[in-house]
Design a protein around this ligand. Structure first.
Ligand code: ADP
Ligand code: MG
Length: 264
């Protein structure tokens, strides 16, 4: 043993101790991070009115919700706070408020909002999407036409699989404005594939100005539309929004306020 033997051994020993202490510190920190997101999940799952209990992990909760909202790509932020239920008497308010609790997403059910233009379908879809983000669900918002365009583009660029994988993995897919633009045969089939892949795996919310019996005109094929409706409506909540256009009613009110009675 050298003259410096014991001192050196002690030095090496303390280096090893430091190393293990460092590792333990890292493990404790990562466990803390995991607990933070665990407690957020619990807080989100336990909350009952759409609001998250941020008290337990305020910054993590707010950060996750903001991230969910950013990833959802909503064109605007709308909530039920600004939705006038009295203006849309055909809409089942109790059902909408129940849906705003987002339990239907945990149950992998679908929602289809039907009604003419201007009746608040997109507003309701955005508000349900926002509520889902607040419960920490992954959401993707798109219009039916944009999605079909993206699918065709992805197919041409040989990245269809990865787009399909992403679309199959989100907890809630919102497909706005089905019915305004008819699809090509390939477009209809690609959309059908996405919706089939989500069947009983995730929730889909569709808004349409067309009643179900006219959906064939969008997909072009009766067989495909039948198979799609069969899957979509297996576990579904239908929101009927058959009232007057909110835009039209608002402009009529404005005209009346100005004393112009030309509009009927
Ligand atoms: P749709 O998608 O059925 O065509 P939108 O949701 O785009 O209709 O509604 C058109 C506009 O009217 C939007 O600015 C929306 O916020 C508003 N709007 C529609 N219905 C209501 C409502 N019941 N209460 C408040 N605003 C509404
Ligand atoms: Mg709309």
């Amino acid at each position: 043993m050298s003259k410096n033997g014991p001192a050196r051994q002690q030095y090496e020993h303390s280096l090893t101790d430091d190393f293990w202490r460092g590792i333990k510190r890292c493990r404790r920190a990562s466990r803390r991070t995991l607990h933070l997101s665990d407690s957020f999940e619990v807080a989100a799952a336990n909350s009952d009115g759409g609001a998250i209990d941020y008290d337990r992990s305020p910054s993590a909760g707010a950060f996750m919700v903001e991230r969910r909202i950013r990833m959802a790509k909503f064109p605007h932020t709308k909530s039920f706070d600004t939705f006038d239920f009295a203006a849309q008497p055909s809409l089942n308010k109790a059902l909408v408020l129940e849906l705003a609790r987002s339990e239907w997403i945990e149950q992998r059910r679908n929602v289809i909002a039907l009604g003419p233009s201007g009746t608040g379908k997109t507003h309701a879809a955005l508000a349900l999407g926002l509520a889902a983000c607040q419960k920490n669900h992954s959401v993707a918002f798109t219009t039916a036409a944009a999605l079909v365009h993206d699918l065709m583009e992805a197919r041409d660029e040989r990245r269809l699989r990865s787009l399909q994988k992403h679309l199959a993995s989100v907890k809630l897919l919102i497909l706005d404005e089905l019915g305004y633009v008819p699809f090509t045969a390939v477009g209809g089939e690609l959309l059908f594939e996405v919706l089939s892949q989500r069947y009983e795996r995730g929730s889909t919310l569709i808004t349409s100005n067309l009643p179900f019996d006219e959906w064939t005109s969008v997909f072009g094929s009766e067989r495909l539309t039948g198979a799609l409706l069969d899957r979509l409506t297996h576990h579904v909540h239908i929101l009927e929004m058959n009232g007057e256009s909110f835009r039209l009613a608002s402009s009529r009110k404005r005209q009346k306020a100005k004393g112009d009675y030309n509009m009927t």
